[in-house]
Ligand binder design. Structure first.
Ligand code: ZN
Length: 240
């Protein structure tokens, strides 16, 4: 069984299409949140996601802000500008889609949380210490998160954490308890600008990391035309 695990699409349809084409046929799609925010194609990304088989989608902090469920004060100035732009462009269908999401749920015995199981909306799991604390906040073997835009595996190893950064093309068998992040489709932040996604096979517990290039300049020119912040336009090509 092939489950496509993606996160942080951030309204980047070109990156999403590249990941979907590269992944090929899948049985289900688990999207860990932040479908919108930053990018130029929020309605298009929601429509495309909705067309995918057996979609499970979480609500990220940008998705929550887009429907007024999270105060704009929790974002920096430029992120706020792009969320205010969203308020004027989301269609009623998109708003209904975003309102139907929750930031955490359980699927096939895997805990899914946008940010972390302890704080599913806002906590950044960037280091082993905070990851270790989070193992007390879910009771399944596996927990998949997004939010940091960096692919990583935090594997429980006694009282410590074994941290793995999965390279493109690498495959791990998830045997111990583990918090896993597939990275970001639409705005990677690990200095690799390629769209990130994972194929998870729940029967064999395998986690395969992929990266796929996409036409970044096309996205940048749509962002420019929409008047979105320059810093967000620039960062796409550097992957930061
Ligand atoms: Zn995000």
């Amino acid at each position: 069984m092939r489950i496509l695990v993606i996160s942080d699409i951030h309204a980047n349809l070109t990156a999403l299409e590249a990941a979907l084409a590269d992944a090929g046929a899948v049985d289900a799609v688990w999207c860990l949140g932040d479908v919108v925010g930053y990018g130029p194609d929020p309605n298009e990304c929601i429509a495309r996601l909705s067309s995918l088989p057996n979609l499970v989608c979480l609500q990220g902090n940008h998705d929550a802000a887009a429907i007024g469920e999270l105060p704009l004060e929790s974002f920096n100035h430029e992120a706020r500008v792009s969320i205010e732009w969203l308020h004027g462009i989301l269609t009623p269908d998109s708003l209904n889609f975003l309102r139907s999401l929750t930031p955490m749920r359980r699927e096939r015995d895997v805990t899914l949380a946008h940010a972390s199981p302890r704080q599913p909306v806002l906590e950044y799991l960037l280091d082993s210490y905070s990851a270790l604390e989070n193992f007390a906040f879910f009771d399944t073997q596996l927990c998949f998160v997004g939010h940091t835009h960096v692919p990583v595996l935090f594997i429980e190893h006694g009282v410590a954490i074994n941290l793995q950064i999965p390279d493109a093309g690498s495959e791990f068998t998830l045997e111990a308890r583990c918090i896993a992040n597939p990275g970001s489709v639409g705005q990677p932040r690990d200095r690799d600008p390629r769209a990130a996604y994972v194929i998870f096979d729940p029967e064999h517990s395998t986690w395969q990391q992929f990266r796929v290039p996409y036409a970044i300049a096309e996205v940048q020119s749509r962002m420019q035309a929409a008047g979105l912040p320059g810093r967000h336009i620039n960062r796409l090509e550097g992957g930061w």
